[in-house]
Design a binder for this molecule. Structure first.
Ligand code: SF4
Length: 430
């Protein structure tokens, strides 16, 4: 008989990680493997994933909740499934968003199914995810590197793929890049500085590989900034491949990063401590130190790609987004991705994008609030086209809507006042 592991520990279990982007989730799982945890991705999503989840839901839940729940249920269906050897990664959040309910429903279903021995790991944005592991501060730091490296790889993918000459080249390099980063990330018993330096070298190698892809960097494509709910915008299954559809109709995508959410969570944690009168507490000190290290590490990882991303720079810090959003959604009164959606949209406008798309699940609170504010944002910013795309598992004519939106973006392009800065490898003529 299996010896029952302590419910609160990961030792002896396989940790299943939801596919919050293929690059990000893969790197994140590799970060856990580096400290000896057996972490892997949940099975790929398909219609059966949703069917499984629907057996336990009412139809009122957010779409990312359906997909993540269905993915875990797929693991449970596997013939080798053992609740004593299984853990599910299901982060959570404070604040008003329904994301805070995902882990609770999961725990409830596990109990109903009589498999409550499964461990649910739920680091919270309310603590800046500092509860991600009780084992090591290193894990938190390596997880941050996973976030930054995967953001970089995704940016390279999206900047290159629309211009490739041979269809499929960029996807292959993207896949190899994930493998390279994961192979460095997952190495065990390695000095943390050595791992970090290897990651920096890995990013240099990856940049080189993307640079060598035969491509025609013409200036004729509209650049579309994409914001929205974090899971839906990053999971191709959840958003019905909207990003590829934008590319199919001639656009290039600049997708909001995962790191912006981590920075926002740090900010929110510090705000919360201040409101509780803990401005000078140990917890605040810890949060500030974490900020400092995160910032330093991020800068060094981004250093090799600065030139490549001329014109695609991310803001220096999250306060920049919050200040931009302030006239519409002041950060002290509103908590959630809607603040980042509005701040991010205005930032994209300042960088000369030709249109903005918000990808959100159907009935998403953040998406709905953002949608109500976008007309004012557009009016105040040259009339830049902004459109919400909502997703659940029902089919819609996304191709038609994307095509129409790109027409609007092309029209706006001819009259916009904020021009893009192009990296030097783009052709000069428009
Ligand atoms: S952000 Fe939207 S989709 Fe995600 S949990 Fe909150 S309400 Fe649901």
């Amino acid at each position: 008989m299996n010896k029952k592991p302590k419910k609160g520990t990961l030792a002896g279990r396989t940790l299943y990680v939801p596919r919050l982007s293929i690059d990000g989730a893969s790197a994140f799982a590799a970060a856990f493997r580096s400290l000896g945890y057996n972490a892997q991705l949940v099975p790929e999503s398909d219609t059966y994933t949703n069917e499984l989840a629907r057996q336990y839901t009412l139809g009122e839940e957010c779409y990312p909740q359906i997909i993540t729940l269905g993915s875990f249920l797929k693991v449970i269906e596997d013939k080798d499934f053992d609740p004593l050897k299984t853990a599910f990664m299901m982060p959570t959040t404070g604040g008003p968003c329904r994301f805070g309910q995902y882990n609770e429903l999961l725990e409830k279903i596990l109990t109903e199914k009589g498999i409550e021995e499964v461990l649910v790991v739920s680091p919270s944005s309310a603590t800046g995810y500092e509860d991600i592991s009780d084992k090591s501060d290193n894990l938190r730091r390596i997880c941050w590197w996973a976030v930054v490296c995967s953001d970089i790889i995704r940016k390279l993918l999206l900047q290159t793929r629309p211009y490739e000459i041979n269809k499929g080249d960029t996807d292959k390099v993207h896949e190899k890049s994930i493998e390279l980063i994961c192979s460095i990330m997952e190495r065990q018993n390695q000095d943390i500085k050595e791992k970090y330096n290897e990651l920096v070298d890995g990013i240099k190698q990856i940049l080189q590989n993307f640079t060598e892809i035969p491509a025609e960097y013409t200036r004729s494509k509209p650049l579309i900034g994409v914001v929205g709910e974090i899971y839906c915008r990053l999971d191709n299954f959840a958003n019905a491949e909207l990003i590829r559809r934008i590319e199919k109709f001639g656009g290039e995508v600049w997708l909001a990063s995962v790191s912006e959410w981590v920075w926002y969570s740090n900010f929110y944690q510090q705000q919360d401590l201040k409101m509780k009168g803990e401005k000078f507490s140990l917890e605040m000190l810890g949060a500030l130190i974490r900020d400092k290290f995160q910032s330093k590490d991020e800068h060094k990882l981004y250093a090799p790609i600065h030139k490549r991303f001329e014109g695609y720079e991310e803001p220096e810090n999250i306060n920049y987004f919050l200040d931009l959003a302030k006239p519409y959604l002041p950060y002290w009164g509103v908590i959630g991705e809607m603040v980042l959606n509005i701040g991010g949209s205005i930032y994209y406008h300042s960088k000369g994008v030709d249109g903005i798309i918000d990808i959100s699940p159907f009935t998403c609170m953040n998406g709905i609030v953002s949608e109500a504010i976008y007309p004012s944002v557009s009016t105040d910013h040259d009339g830049i086209p902004i459109k919400n795309f909502y997703f659940d598992e029902t089919e819609s004519d996304y191709d038609r809507d994307v095509e129409i939106f790109l027409e609007l973006a092309s029209t706006y392009r001819n009259r916009k006042t904020k021009q893009r800065v192009y990296p030097s490898f783009f052709e000069n003529e428009i």
